[in-house]
Design a protein around this ligand. Structure first.
Ligand code: ADP
Ligand code: XUL
Length: 540
């Protein structure tokens, strides 16, 4: 029998999923979250983000993430559902792209943490930058342009690193830091991703990062899975010495540090496994270890992703190719206006989630041609720098119609912008906080003409991390367990949760998608007035 822990340091919370593997008998022993806004309110974050006068800037506090880790172990050890001393290996998942800047004091401090004192107080002076830019930041358009020009264009950068330059990606963020605070940059000894920072706290030493998360930086050579000198040079001077090593997702960072052993009774032999990004971990957590299926995560961001045996470049360059924890690749598109956009519409209509679902049940599919582009925040896909919700034939005051409009828009945008992946899925695996909402998934099924499934464990990133811990631990012990064996009994969708599309509504959304696309093109200033198309849809 063996016990593994998966952690997910996401935008709004830190979650642990603990699993037990005993031959064919497999079970989830515990799931527990620390929510940043509620449980660590003194940091003053809203939805995990610090307030800032510039709407394009989104930073968070790395001390808050560290305190959440200490708190989570404390809660787990006090609740006693899991004997922390029995955990054999821990892996983790981090919100992607976010970066943590540490000075030269960090290495020694990490290796000598005092277990008698809370973690956070011991980390106060190890940062060369007090806050961390996260994936929601879109303030680096200028840096993206400069990096792109230096590397030789969008296509060159996308072919090299898996993505053209994106504002939230770590390279452009590092370039901005160097330009704005050269002394702070100079004082930086190590730039971690959220994932490798959290792994470093567990291992008590600077941890490497994996190709899954490394591909979200515009700095990694995707096929070689090592740093790309031309991209590093285009970003900031002396960057190579400041970056962690890139190692396989299944690499062992080291044993759990003395801090966790003494403070919470963890085992000295417990292995810390390399962390990865939340999307690569989710790929494993929903069992996508083979091609042909897609998953949609409805978390703070909405993402759509699938397994890829070989890297491929999105010709429109809106999408990304990341490394997958299996050693292969994954395709992904990301939408910033995901859960928080649904929440805004829900709150604006004076509803709770039950009311939101009721509005979806009570309004007609297709919304009588009323369309919303839900760009509350600057959008990633398509690139919208000038935020603001656009409505076509939709009154802002009509709460239920706005509820339907936001979900229909999100699902159609996902379908349209994922065409480059070349997958026509028969099944879609739904995960993330909003995947518990059957009415949302119903629209997903119609728009994609696919069966949609839910999972027992809603947090697929944390589950995927636990499964990665199992896989890596087996490998470290000389085993050669296959990914199919790893995921068996854990990452299977709940068969009874299947939501099937209604052919009549599939036909309706087939007609509505080009109308939505025309609205998008119009709103982006690239296409003509879509009113005629909307009218033709209404008349159909
Ligand atoms: P992350 O991991 O990115 O921090 P989660 O995957 O935990 O986020 O998702 C959190 C979101 O789930 C919340 O912001 C909320 O909007 C959404 N959510 C929770 N319950 C429901 C529901 N019943 N219907 C729709 N959305 C929901
Ligand atoms: C992916 C992305 C988000 C973050 C936060 O590219 O930016 O999905 O990983 O979840």
């Amino acid at each position: 029998m063996a016990i593994y822990m998966g952690l997910d340091s996401s935008t709004q919370s830190l979650t642990a999923v603990v699993i037990r593997v005993d031959g064919e008998n497999r079970e989830v022993l515990d799931q527990r979250s620390i929510r940043f806004d509620e449980d660590l309110a003194s940091y003053g974050c809203q939805n995990g983000v610090l307030a800032h006068s510039d709407p394009l800037v989104a930073h968070s506090n790395p001390l808050m993430w560290a305190e959440a880790l200490d708190r989570l172990f404390d809660v787990l050890s006090r609740e006693g559902k899991v004997s922390l001393g029995d955990i054999q290996a821990i892996a983790g998942s981090g919100q992607q792209h976010g970066s943590v800047y540490l000075n030269s004091r960090a290495a020694a401090r990490l290796s000598s943490l005092d277990p008698a004192v809370p973690l956070v107080g011991q980390l106060q002076d190890i940062f060369s930058r007090q806050t961390s830019p996260i994936w929601m930041d879109s303030s680096t358009a200028g840096e993206c342009e400069l990096i792109t020009a230096a590397v030789g264009g969008d296509f060159e950068l996308a072919s090299l690193t898996g993505s053209k330059a994106f504002e939230r990606f770590t390279g452009p963020q590092i370039r901005k830091f160097h330009a704005e605070d050269p002394q702070g940059y100079e004082a930086t000894d190590r730039i971690h991703l959220v994932s490798s920072f959290m792994a470093s706290l567990l291992a008590g030493a600077h941890a490497p990062l994996d190709p899954g998360d490394g591909a979200g930086m515009n700095l990694m050579n995707l096929s070689g899975k090592d740093w790309a000198p031309s991209a590093l040079e285009a970003t900031a001077p002396g960057l190579a010495e400041k970056l962690p090593a890139i190692e396989e997702s299944c690499s062992v960072v080291g044993p759990l540090s003395n801090f966790w052993v003494e403070r919470y009774g963890c085992s000295r032999e417990a292995r810390v496994i390399c962390w990865s990004g939340d999307n690569p971990c989710s790929l494993v957590g929903v069992g996508l270890v083979k091609p042909g299926r897609l998953a949609i995560s409805l978390g703070t961001s909405d993402t759509l992703f699938g397994y890829l045996p070989e890297p491929r470049v999105d010709p429109a360059m809106e999408g990304h190719t990341f490394g997958a924890p299996t050693g292969d690749y994954m395709s992904l598109i990301c939408f910033k206006n995901g859960s928080l956009a649904r929440e805004k519409i829900c709150n604006g209509a004076g509803l709770d989630w039950a009311g939101f679902s009721a509005a979806l049940r009570d309004t007609p599919p297709g919304n009588g041609g009323a369309i919303m582009l839900p760009w509350f925040e600057p959008e990633i896909t398509p690139n919208v720098q000038d935020p603001g919700v656009r409505r076509y034939g939709l009154e802002e005051t009509d709460g239920p119609a706005n509820v339907r409009a936001v979900v229909e828009a999100q699902m159609m945008a996902m379908a349209i912008h994922s065409r480059w992946m070349g997958v026509t899925p028969e099944s879609i695996y739904a995960t993330g906080g909003a995947a518990c909402n059957k009415e949302i998934l119903q629209i997903m099924a119609q728009v994609f003409d696919a069966d949609v499934y839910q999972f027992e464990v809603g947090n697929s990133a944390a589950l995927g991390a636990a499964l990665r811990a199992y896989h890596a631990d087996d490998k470290a012990a000389g085993g050669s367990i296959s990914w199919e064996e790893v995921i068996a009994g854990f990452a299977q969708p709940v068969a009874e949760s299947r939501i099937s599309p209604d052919p009549e509504l599939v036909a309706l959304y087939k007609d509505l998608k080009p109308v939505y696309e025309a609205c998008e093109e119009h709103a982006l200033g690239r296409g003509e007035d879509p009113r005629q198309k909307i009218e033709a849809f209404v008349q159909r």
